[in-house]
Design a protein around this ligand. Structure first.
Ligand SMILES: Cc1cc2nc3c(=O)[nH]c(=O)nc-3n(C[C@H](O)[C@H](O)[C@H](O)COP(=O)(O)OP(=O)(O)OC[C@H]3O[C@@H](n4cnc5c(N)ncnc54)[C@H](O)[C@@H]3O)c2cc1C
Length: 414
């Protein structure tokens, strides 16, 4: 496709360019516009907020009602930074922000925060875009960022006009997302643009994703897809309670997602030990479990005994037959069934990604050390957190954080 021209866009100063129209970029844009800056958002897709809308498909978990200390502990190595960023833009601030857009929220099970049932994710996005337009934020869709130019410039391709141009903003927010669900625009292609100015990125890896297990053909045929409720799953000393889904390729479900970092490390370390252990009766004290197991009469089938003594119905007997180690007693089969995970599901289908711009590449304001005036927010930073509202909250808090840092660096228009 020929490029028709290169030009510099004149705009009132100080102009802030936000690249990436996901929640991190849009919140940064809103806060900066409210502070009096000229803000333009450049988004490569035909619409903004595509991954945000996808997040709404299976229950739109905006944030969590936990106290900030507990909340921050979910961000692993980045917990220290998030402690501060969450204090600056907290879960309460997020709920207030949604309320100001006319979207009431409620606290559901395990402290998760959702919009009230009458509000769809599209309602929230529509109201948000209305607010951004009222604030004068310029939304430029089908504008793909192609890289840096000189000290301040950003090169874009306006795909509709087939035209390349350069913007020279006073400050830039990069909020380009991670690398899962590339069809939403979060394709991770931007890493080469950062590498070009000497900013290395951590390789992307799937996070909050399913695990692959090499089930036998018999198991796949017999079990297919089946839930296992009230279980506990452990990996390397970490245990998560909840429900998992057996699928023809392996396992899905919140406990598997939450254990992805530990699973990834266990798989990288290799070794003969199956990385996951399943406890099918985590609520039963070991003494009580032993007492019930002792009641088994000779001649009773395993399936009938598990159903009557422990309320463990199919597919549990088939699962035990599939995975139990030779010679393992029933107690250990039921409480620490080894699951030989062969790998993680592909990055493209993961809920989020690990990797991206490392915290060593940015200062405490999330400004690139290599390029003063350019800030980084959202999932493109190298942090990961489980599902439960921690992902979107992390994106919102970092978006607000960089907006504040830019406001401190530039003089507002008003
Ligand atoms: C199935 C699913 C369910 C989820 N459910 C939840 C949930 O319930 N709760 C929760 O907290 N989180 C959830 N998430 C995660 C959440 O959606 C993401 O963490 C969040 O959208 C990331 O926000 P972001 O602004 O950092 O990036 P994104 O939302 O990925 O936005 C980045 C934007 O940058 C644009 N971009 C990239 N490169 C360029 C370029 N070169 N030029 C211009 N634009 C570019 C992309 O097109 C994209 O629009 C879910 C995700 C998925 C996939």
């Amino acid at each position: 496709m020929p490029i028709s021209s290169t030009r510099v866009v004149d705009a009132p100063t100080p102009l802030v360019a936000v690249v990436g129209g996901g929640p991190a970029g849009l919140l940064a844009a809103q806060r900066l516009a409210e502070a009096g800056y000229q803000v333009r958002v450049f988004e490569q897709k035909a619409t903004v907020g595509r991954k945000f809308l996808v997040a709404g498909h299976g229950g739109f978990n905006l944030t969590n009602s936990e106290d900030i200390g507990t909340f921050a502990s979910h961000y692993g190595a980045a917990a220290g930074f998030f402690q501060e960023a969450l204090a600056y833009f907290s879960p309460q601030d997020l709920r207030r922000w949604a309320a100001e857009l006319g979207i009431a929220t409620f606290v559901g099970t395990s402290g998760r925060v959702f919009p009230e049932a009458q509000h769809t994710p599209a309602d929230l996005l529509r109201a948000w875009l209305r607010r951004l337009r009222e604030l004068g934020v310029g939304l430029h869709v089908r504008h793909r960022w192609l890289g840096f130019v000189g000290d301040n410039g950003l090169r874009f391709l306006n795909e509709a006009a087939n035209e390349e141009f350069v913007v020279e903003p006073a400050a830039t927010v990069l909020a380009l997302g991670g690398a899962s669900w590339p069809q939403t625009g979060s394709d991770g292609h931007w890493t080469s643009l950062l590498a070009a100015i000497g900013v290395p990125c951590q390789p992307f890896a799937p996070s909050n994703c399913g695990a692959e297990v090499g089930w036998s053909a018999f198991f796949k045929e017999k079990v297919g897809r089946a839930p296992l409720k009230n279980i506990a799953l452990s990996c390397d000393g970490q245990t998560v309670r909840g429900e998992i889904m057996l699928t023809d390729y392996g396992l899905e479900g919140t406990p598997v997602y939450a254990l992805t970092p530990a699973l990834r490390a266990a798989l990288a370390a290799g070794g003969p030990t199956p990385p996951l252990q399943l406890n099918l009766k985590p609520d039963l004290a070991p003494d009580e479990l032993l007492r019930r197991l002792a009641r088994r009469r000779p001649g009773t089938s395993l399936a009938a005994f598990l159903a009557s003594a422990l309320h463990l119905k199919p597919p549990v007997p088939t699962l035990l037959r599939e995975l139990a180690l030779p010679g393992a007693d029933l107690l250990s089969q039921l409480t620490a069934l080894p699951i030989p995970v062969a790998g993680l599901r592909p990055l493209a289908e993961a809920i989020s990604s690990a990797g991206g711009v490392g915290f060593a590449q940015v200062d405490e304001h999330l400004m690139l050390r290599q390029r003063p005036g350019t800030f980084v927010a959202g999932e493109m930073l190298d942090w990961e957190a489980p599902t439960g509202g921690y992902l979107l909250q992390g994106c919102f808090s970092t978006g607000a954080w960089v907006a504040q840092a830019i406001s401190g660096r530039l003089r507002p228009l008003t």
